[in-house]
Design a binder for this molecule. Sequence first.
Ligand code: NAG
Length: 276
Amino acid sequence: MLSIRTVLGPLATILLTVLGPFGAHGSGLADKVIWAVNAGGESHVDVHGIHYRKDPLEGRVGRASDYGMKLPILRSNPEDQVLYQTERYNEDSFGYDIPIKEEGEYVLVLKFAEVYFAQSQQKVFDVRVNGHTVVKDLDIFDRVGHSTAHDEIIPISIKKGKLSVQGEVSTFTGKLSVEFVKGYYDNPKVCALFIMKGTADDVPMLQPHPGLEKKEEEEEEEEEEGSTSKKQINKNRVQSGPRTPNPYASDNSSLMFPILVAFGVFIPTLFCLCRL
Ligand SMILES: *[C@@H]1O[C@H](CO)[C@@H](O)[C@H](O)[C@H]1NC(C)=O
């Protein structure tokens, strides 16, 4: 199958080269970025020249996962998909503290991709900035489907010692604290994040969603009875993952299982042999 990415990839590169002087490169997008981290991963410089540091929480909070390394990430530049392939998650709320010295207009960009669950309502969590809930009930799979980049773009204004975000205001003392909040569902996580000076318009957009057009053509026949209302809802969503539940969903240490079985067979066998 000639995927849309193989076509879009080179096209984007050509566009970037042609529009370069007017776009990201010329206006020094990377210079506006004051802090960037590749959560759960190593340092990386993206196609815009943004330098993501390796995760400062490594060995301190939560777990780094590279579960997504074997998956291509839709909507991402192929060169930058590593940003979405690694992640940090934690069994409790966790976050990053970002020092901000100058007042002004900023944009916080949070990068996500669901590489593990193949259903909605598995991983659902909030994001808070200095105590303000800026993203409520984020369900990455529900928003974009499996192994697909999803960016949350949050404009923030800091003026006269006050932080304003989404119409809420609080006292600002030089530190932006971005928190991924544990809820009732699976662990909160993040793949990468950065903060830059500027407005939402300055943030590079993700590539077009590959599932949107495909969905129209491939609108599958639903066989389950009484699924009409469900189908209505699903129409607005894009689902690229299979509908079957992920067999690993409840257990990340599934590698342990064969090992345990092996021991369970080995020890009794040994025991029996000794008694002969
Ligand atoms: C299992 O791993 C995935 C992928 O890294 C992660 O998103 C999820 O939170 C983990 N689940 C548990 C229960 O540890």
